[in-house]
Design a protein around this ligand. Sequence first.
Ligand code: ATP
Length: 234
Amino acid sequence: MLHIQDLHAWYGEAHVLQGVNLQVRQGELVCLVGRNGAGKTTTVKSVAGLMTKVKGSITFDGQEILGLPAHARYARGLAYVPEERRIVPGLTVRENIRLGLLRSPLHAREAEIIDEIADTFPRLKERLDQQAVTMSGGEQQMLTIARAMAAKPKFVLLDEPSEGIMPLLVDEMFEYFTALKKSGVTILLIEQNVELALRIADRAYILDQGEVVYANDAAAMLADASIQERYCAV
Ligand code: ATP
């Protein structure tokens, strides 16, 4: 479904991705791990259309998307949940979710979709009319995920969703990812908590210095402590 081939990316003169090759098949949950600065965020930003200097090929559903603007990729069903939470201040939880539907053909079914989201995320259901910024960090992160999922994307890029969140909420979030995968959504997940991610993933890639240095089934990688120590220690 997603094929990244020989992807290079630069920030100014800094050549940070040096030929990344990675694939995610339809229905898979694939985990992308590696040390800080390895290039994980840059890889998913390149897929989402947020890097200005890139070279190589990224196909989604068989079509080249590298030259497309971010909104056109989103319209094809490719959603991106960035590492930093982007809650809109001054808006309630419900209004933040609505933003995820603004440009979507599902806009007309807004009330029904918000009900569905509320059933999926009980923490948000209790707080729909609360100012979003008054929620805890973890709840705000749930909201950014819920907002990205409102338009029912086929594929979601998740950049360190569990960062800075209390363990109870992390467990809830990971249960949600498992349910999302079961519902047919394809997922590429960046995660610092490698063990947790490998438990729910089908396959994993390790990035190091802008290149894929290892790829395997998640179960095989989970069983190999040496590979995790070598490439994933912060
Ligand atoms: P982290 O876990 O710390 O987010 P990462 O694997 O996601 O790490 P990237 O954020 O993709 O790594 O960063 C890859 C390289 O690009 C790093 O050397 C980083 O310093 C550099 N970099 C990232 N963002 C920028 C930027 N906006 N301008 C210049 N260099 C950047």
